[in-house]
Every structure is written in C-alpha cells, then in structure tokens.
Design a binder for this molecule. Structure first.
Ligand SMILES: C[S@@+](CC[C@H](N)C(=O)[O-])C[C@H]1O[C@@H](n2cnc3c(N)ncnc32)[C@H](O)[C@@H]1O
Length: 294
C-alpha cells in the first residue's frame, strides 16, 4: 500500500459499528427487522443484473457524454455527488470518499500482482468496467505486459474497448462465462498472471472446480480479490455480520477453502493470503489469495 494511502486511511474518520444503520439498510435486514429475499443467481438473472441493469446503461452514458474521456474522468463524474461512506479497512470501519476507495483498492491489487510482472499476459477475468487494468497501466505497473480483459456482459466488453481506446491502451477484450467448464474460447498464454476481483463471488460455480479450470491454463500465478467466508472470525460481531451478508445474498465466498483443499491434493500451492483487506461495502470485504499451479 502506498504511503499516501496509508496516511489517508489513518486520517479518515473511524465509525463505530453501532452507527452502521445510519448509512446502510443491511444491519436491519440481517437482523430480520426489514424484508429481504435471497436473489436467484441463474445465468439469466446474471445477464439481467449485469448486462441489462448495469453495463448497458453505463455504455450508453459513456458513449453519449464521455466519448473521449479516460476511465478516471468518468469515475470522478459518476461519483461527484457521492460523499464519504463507511468502508471495511485493515484499520477499522473508516469513512472514505469514492476516490479514496478506488486508491485503497488498486493499491491492494498492485501489492499482490506487481511482484509477478512483467509476464506474457495480465488477464482480468470478469473485468467489469476494466478499471483495475486501466489504473495499473496508469501507474506504470503493467509496462511490457499485454493486457487481456475477459467479461460476461457484451456491453461491459464494449465499455472496456471504449475506455482502453481513450487511454491509448492496446487491450484485448474477450467473452467469458464462469458457468461454462472452459471459461473462455479465447487463448490465454502459458505463464500468464490471472486475477479475479469480486467476480467469482457473483457466480454460483463450485470454487474447487473453477480453480481446477484456471490451473489448466498453466498460469504463472493466479490472484483472487474476493470475499472469503473462512476469514470471518466467529467471535467478531462485524465479521459475523459479513458472514450472514454473504449467505443471504448468495455470494460465493469459498475460494480460500477451495485453494487449501486443492493444495492438500497437490494441484496448486498457495503463495500468499491477506484476509479482509478492504470493502467499499463494509459487509463485503475482499481477501487476497494468490496461488500457483503445483
Ligand atoms: C461485481 S462485478 C466486478 C467487476 C470487476 N471485477 C471489479 O472488480 O470491478 C462482477 C462481474 O462479474 C461478471 N459476471 C457476471 N456473471 C458472470 C459469469 N457467468 N461469468 C463471468 N463473469 C460474470 C459481471 O458482468 C461483472 O463484471
């Protein structure tokens, strides 16, 4: 994490857990005080949520109002009216602005990936807007490394093409579907660095099976920035709320458990873990899990 981000975190106001209901409807839902129905995560529902509800409107707005903008300019415009909100950080619940949240997030991703670069490719699986790749490129972390973004939503793929073109990046963009046995038809070079960020969390695929599918690409390293339920401590109130949040939203939070199972079978080796690094959503922090095929 950069010194600047560490300082920003230390200076950000601390929020007591008891104040969380002022900022979020989730404590009431978790306690059964307001209604909530667990979403069905079928492929059709994922398409509705991500393609129709999220990325198709984003793409339309980006094309009509931000035809030549960089991702960061677009992000600043989208979040202009949004004040600081409570975030899960390694130093407690802190109020952070959207801009600070992006920096903390990218810092943590950079910490995990930079030691393994340059590489024959850096592949973001389930890339969304592609923000991680643009931000790492802007920081100079990905010099001499081809960038590949894989996405399920067709509009998100177009959005990635839009922003990478505006940033002058020669990025390859491909379709992927984590629900398929082979997640993409596109070629992933051997010895590539692969990562997922809050992507497997959304997809109801067995994590062990998914990791085996990734290992088949013979990557140098795979990093996950995903919620991991086994890192939530059973005697910590906030962690208990995170566990329940993951359960009632149907998030997939088994990646670390799966990695350890496959390590015991001799399929892969876990190189590093960093529990509950950061959550812009205070009840959904990601943990970092980095592994290499055995
Ligand atoms: C919460 S977003 C995370 C996006 C990005 N990785 C980030 O950190 O900003 C979840 C992403 O998973 C993608 N996704 C949804 N269903 C998928 C599927 N079946 N296969 C692969 N990705 C999927 C969505 O389109 C979306 O981009």
């Amino acid at each position: 994490m950069t010194r600047r981000t560490q300082q920003a975190l230390r200076e950000a106001p601390l929020i007591p857990l008891e104040d969380l209901p002022r900022y979020s409807p989730w404590p009431a839902r978790l306690l059964g005080l307001s209604a909530w129905r667990k979403p069905v995560k079928s492929e059709a529902e994922l398409y509705r949520e991500y393609e129709e509800e999220t990325f198709a409107p984003y793409l339309e707005r980006a094309r009509s109002h931000y035809a030549h903008s960089l991702y960061r300019e677009w992000f600043a415009a989208q979040t202009a009216g949004t004040g600081p909100s409570p975030c899960h950080t390694e130093c407690g619940l802190r109020l952070l602005t959207p801009g600070q949240q992006l920096e903390v997030f990218i810092d943590a991703v950079q910490d995990a990936l930079a030691p393994h670069l340059p590489a024959p490719a850096l592949c973001d699986l389930g890339a969304g807007t592609g923000k991680i790749l643009y931000c790492l490129a802007q920081r100079g972390v990905t010099r001499q490394t081809p960038l590949l973004a894989f996405e399920f939503s067709p509009s998100a793929r177009e959005l990635i093409r839009h922003f990478s073109r505006n940033q002058g990046l020669d990025m390859q963009v491909h379709a992927c579907n984590f629900l398929e046995p082979r997640i993409t038809e596109a070629a992933i070079p051997r010895d590539a660095v692969l990562f997922t960020s809050f992507a497997l969390a959304c997809v109801p695929r067995d994590a062990t099976d998914f990791l085996r599918a990734l290992a088949a690409f013979r990557p140098r390293v795979v990093a996950h920035f995903e919620p991991c339920a086994d890192f939530f401590k059973p005697d910590n109130l906030q962690h208990m709320m995170c566990r329940r949040y993951v359960e009632i939203n149907g998030y997939n939070a088994d990646i670390h458990i799966a990695a350890r199972e496959l390590e015991a079978e001799g399929v892969l080796r876990v190189l590093a873990t960093r529990p509950n690094v950061f959550g812009g959503n205070p009840l959904l922090p990601f943990s970092t899990v980095v592994w290499t095929p055995a």
